[in-house]
Every structure is written in C-alpha cells, then in structure tokens.
Write a protein that binds this ligand. Structure first.
Ligand code: ARG
Length: 459
C-alpha cells in the first residue's frame, strides 16, 4: 500500500485496528459517480478562475474519465488503505496522470467534498423515490378505477362502520402517497444548495467561483455559511424522515392486504407472483411480500433514529462521527425503493373479490347511521334521539338474527311509530354509499372525480 494521503506529518503507519475502524470505502464507493461529478466541476472552475493550467485541467479531466470507465467496467481498484472514495479516486488519478492529480484538491477539502457527494446522492435518491411513488400511485388509481362503485365495508377500530367503495379505499392511499412524494420534493428543494468551496470549514483563500460549481452541479445556489456547509446533515435527516413516513404508509397498506387476503375476509386474491407456499402445509398461500413491506418501516425508521443519534450533540463543524451517516441512509433508501416497487407490483396483481366485499359491506348493521340520518331528515328528530332509536333497532335486529334491511316494518314501528316503509330505501349498502356525495365522500361519482383528478396529475 502507498503512503496515506495525509502522511506528511506522520512517521509510522496506522494500527491495523485504526484502519479497520476508519475505513469507509466498503460503503462509500456508492458515492463514486457523485465524487467524479464534483471533481469535474471543481477542476473546470479552477481552470476558469486561473487557479490551475489548462494542461493540468485536461489531464485531470482525462484521468477522471478513465476512472469512470474503470468503475463502469468493474476494474477500478477500491483499496482499503486509501480509506474512502475520495482518496481512492485521487490516488488512482495520480497513478494514471502523475503529479497533475495533486492540483485537483486545491481549494477543496474532503469535508466539503463528502458533504457535496452525499448531498448529490440523497438528492438523486429523493428524485428516484418520487418516481417510484408515482408509479405506485398509478397502480392504485388503475385498480381503483373499475371499482369506484364496488362496495366494501368501511372500518373504524377494524369494526364495520359504514359501507364505502373499494375504489374510495384505494384512493385514500393515493392521497397519502401524494403527500409523501411532496415531502421528498420539499426536502429536495431545501437541500439543493451546494456546499463545495466551503473547503475544510472556513472557506478558501483561492479566487474560486462557488456559483459556477453550484450551477454546474444542478444546485440552485451555493450554501451561505462555510461552517454549516460541512457540518450539516439535515438534508439526510429530512429525507429519512420523509422515508419513514412513506414506509409507515406502505406498512398500513401491506397490513390491509394481509387482512384482506385471509380466507376469513377473502376480499382480494394475490397471484402466485406475490405469494409463497409453505414447506409443510400444502394449502398455504402466504402474503410474504406484503409482510416484508409491513416490516421494512422498522429498518427505515431505525435509520432515521441512527443518524439523529449520530448527529445530536456534535460540535461544529465536521467530526468523523459523520462518516456514519451513509450506511443508514443507503439502507433506508434501498429498503424504501424495493418496498415501493414491490408494492406497485402487488397492487397491480391484486384481484378484488367484489361478492365477498359486497356481502361484508352490509354486515354488522353498517347502515345504522343511515337509519339515524333518515329519522333526523324525515321526522325532524334531534340526532341524539335518532341515535337512541337506531340503537334499539339494531338491538332488535340482533335478537331476531337479521340485518337492518331485513327488520320487519312492524318491529321498527314498535320502536318509533312514525317510521314508514320509505326507510328501507336508505338501509342498503348501495344506497348508503351512493348517498355520501359530499366532496371527498365515498359516493361512486365523488370517487370518480378524484380518480380523474389524479389521472390528470399523474400523467
Ligand atoms: N470518509 C469521510 C466521511 O465519510 C470523508 C471526510 C473525511 N474528512 C476528514 N476530515 N477526515 O465523512
């Protein structure tokens, strides 16, 4: 191995354990593309500002291109003795182009370099995630559209509450994932400031042009405080927070799919593509993909916890603690991206069983609220009295072993003599769902309005 990049003031090599705890190339090699992009922009700027010569700049750009090709070909030597991706690239550059390589690090430190690389990586990850979320939303909208009027029970406390439609239920997740996508977009906009040029922590005495590098790397502006530039990892924390909320939503949908595909519910079927069998019980078809998605939030929220604990209490500016920012962030996005893709596939694969859902939609006296509302509207009863009368009707139906639409009129009239046969018009699940025409309600026409709005948005 060569002498460490910072070896000038050192007379002996680090202990093996020092290297073992210090080395990050095993994971930060994932920043290679970002590191090369940052170096290209930095070298071009140094040339433009007259800090390096055009010969040196050309040699640097050529060497960086060769390194990029080596990485693509899988021939780049990632070496532990060079610690991290930044020094691996620089060491290789020196092997390829000689002393000119040493000019690249003018007016730069690994502190602003890693802040830049990591920010670029997280920015890309947020962009990829937004695309993935939109793919999932498209899958949900496509599944919702033919089921805008398909009845299913709506639940509170996982107890039958009021009939809704399957399309309405799926569209609830489209809203949730829409907020997730906008959280990633917001985080992206806030992180889109370029830390390059903050150098070690205090800025640079060279006549660098930070606006030029910021622009070249697609940032809106350069960061405005050099200390903050190298100390800040908010962008990762904020993204992991958005990831955790998104994973929570995925977990809730996954849980519902698990419930829906139990034989007891039987609301949906999943094909062999997203289920697995049992090695002992031949009848089994298990929703493993849904269960794993349900669980991934543990890993993702764990990553947010990890990085928050790493960052808390760190004095300004850079501390080596911050090298621990990458693994949780990579892990969280890997888990989230895989979960989003698997969920999109699973949603497309879902086959609703409308008969099962419709049968369940009317069970559990789910139109009791409709009876109470009818009493209020038709008999001008105060809602609390109507609630009481309806409770008595439910009790009666329960004791007779029938549902509300099956209750004889005479039984209803024994509770409230003014009730007429017209009440039965509102006691079916179809009528119940169709009546909820308030904006955002479950009536099929309202559901179709939202489906149309999202189809437009997701085009
Ligand atoms: N590998 C380091 C990290 O990931 C790069 C920055 C090192 N800076 C330093 N002053 N030691 O954070």
């Amino acid at each position: 191995g060569g002498q460490a990049m910072w070896g000038g003031r050192f007379s002996s090599k680090p202990a093996e354990l020092m290297q073992a705890i210090n080395v990050s190339i095993g994971f930060d090699k994932r920043l290679a593309a970002q590191d090369l992009a940052g170096s290209r922009a930095h070298a071009a700027m140094l040339l433009k500002q007259g800090v390096i010569t055009s010969e040196d700049e050309a040699a640097i750009q050529g060497g960086l291109a060769a390194i990029e090709a080596e990485i693509a070909a899988g021939t780049f030597p990632f070496r532990d003795e060079y610690e991290d991706i930044h020094m691996n690239v620089e060491a290789r550059l020196r092997e390829l182009i000689g002393p000119a390589a040493g000019r690249l690090h003018t007016a730069r430190s690994r502190n602003d370099q890693v802040a830049l690389d990591f920010r670029l990586w997280v920015r890309d990850a947020c962009d990829r995630t937004v695309v993935q979320i939109q793919n999932l939303q498209r899958a949900l909208v496509a599944k919702a559209e033919p089921h805008a009027a398909t009845l299913m029970p709506g639940f509170t406390h996982l107890q039958p509450a009021q009939p809704v439609t399957f399309g309405h239920h799926l569209m609830a997740y489209v809203e949730m994932f829409g907020r997730d996508a906008s959280r990633f977009s917001d985080a992206r906009a806030r992180m889109n400031e370029c830390p390059l040029g903050a150098a070690a922590l205090a800025g640079s005495p060279f006549p660098i042009d930070r606006h030029a590098t910021a622009q070249a790397l697609g940032f809106a502006v350069p960061t405005a405080n050099s200390l903050d530039s190298v100390a800040d990892r908010d962008f990762a924390l904020e993204s992991l927070s958005a990831a955790s909320i998104c994973a929570t939503h995925l977990s809730r949908l996954a849980e519902e799919i698990v419930i829906w595909m139990t034989p007891q519910f039987g609301f949906v079927k999943l094909s062999d593509a997203f289920t697995t069998g049992s090695s002992i019980m031949p009848q089994k078809k298990n929703p493993d993909a849904a269960e794993l998605i349900r669980a991934k939030v543990g890993r993702i929220l764990g990553s947010l916890t990890q990085l928050t604990v790493v960052m808390k209490g760190l004095p300004l500016t850079y501390s080596k603690d911050m090298q621990e920012d990458k693994v949780p962030t990579f892990e969280a996005f890997d888990a989230l991206e895989l979960s989003l893709a698997a969920m999109a596939g699973m949603v497309a694969d879902l086959e609703p069983v409308p008969e099962r859902m419709a049968a369940a939609a009317g069970a559990g006296f789910s139109t009791a609220t409709d009876l109470a509302d009818w009493l209020v509207r038709t008999l001008d009863m105060p809602f609390r009295d109507a609630h009481h009368v309806t409770g008595a009707a439910v009790k009666k139906a329960e004791s007779l072993g029938c549902d509300l639409p099956g209750l004889p009129l005479a039984e209803l009239q024994a509770i409230e003599p003014r009730i007429t046969a017209a009440v039965f018009d509102v006691l079916t699940p179809e009528a119940s769902a169709a009546s909820r025409k308030s904006y955002g309600g479950t009536s099929p026409e309202q559901v179709r309005i939202q489906i149309a709005r999202w189809k437009e948005k997701l085009q």
